[in-house]
Design a protein around this ligand. Sequence first.
Ligand SMILES: [Zn+2]
Length: 275
Amino acid sequence: MKLGNFELHTLSDGTFALDGGQMFGVVPKALWERKAPADERNRIRLSLTCLLIRAGRQNILVETGIGDKFDAKFKDIYDVQHPPTLLAGLDELGLKPEDIHIVINTHLHFDHCGWNTRRLGGKTVPTFPRARYFIQRAEWQHALNPTERDQASYIEEFFMPAEPQTEFLDGEAEVAPGIRVEVVPGHTRNLQCARIESGNECAYFISDTVPTAAHLAYPWIMSFDLYPMETLASKKRLLPELAQKEAIVIFPHDPNVPWLRLVEIDGEIATRSVT
Ligand SMILES: [Zn+2]
């Protein structure tokens, strides 16, 4: 898809599954299971959506999926389904790992930074040898010292070996012309979303602030969120603004649709498919 001077591609790193109750927080199953049917272990299917931005000669990747550095127990718990994989998707576009110049991780949960690194010859190395990786400094520090409540979400092997190539941000930053990251607290304290603007057009990688289209509704907030009231405030600030701009919103985990255009109809936020 064209967005002004940019070319945007959503790339899939396959799917995984999480407990439906955890995904929808205070929303009762009687409501959410109409939108997301649960399996016999009460899990719902989720995508692992990454975004490739081609900006002239620069190739910028937002998120790197779940990767392949996990054992049989992990695969069973989260029911990881590959293919497709991020690297195969890049290959289909004619891109090798060394062709990626910038990697943006919204946060360091294992389903967002999996391909930051890979195992090669008995070592774990950065997957994208020429890339600069951008993360909020405070998110990195938290990932190395999580709490008892969220430590299952962080796996050091997924991000630590890329530390020498990592640029640590303290708040909002322009990582390339027209591509900004901004801190959107809620899911974690220092989650960053990516705003892509060219001319009058805007696309927004909203990350786990709104993991699927169903989560556009204000009270639909994951129980994983460390600061759910801040997620609510972030959504109430962001979604009307994005709808007013008719921005394209990219969801990290929607199994049916990677992106939708937000619009305003009679003062209400509505969606349109992206063509
Ligand atoms: Zn996630």
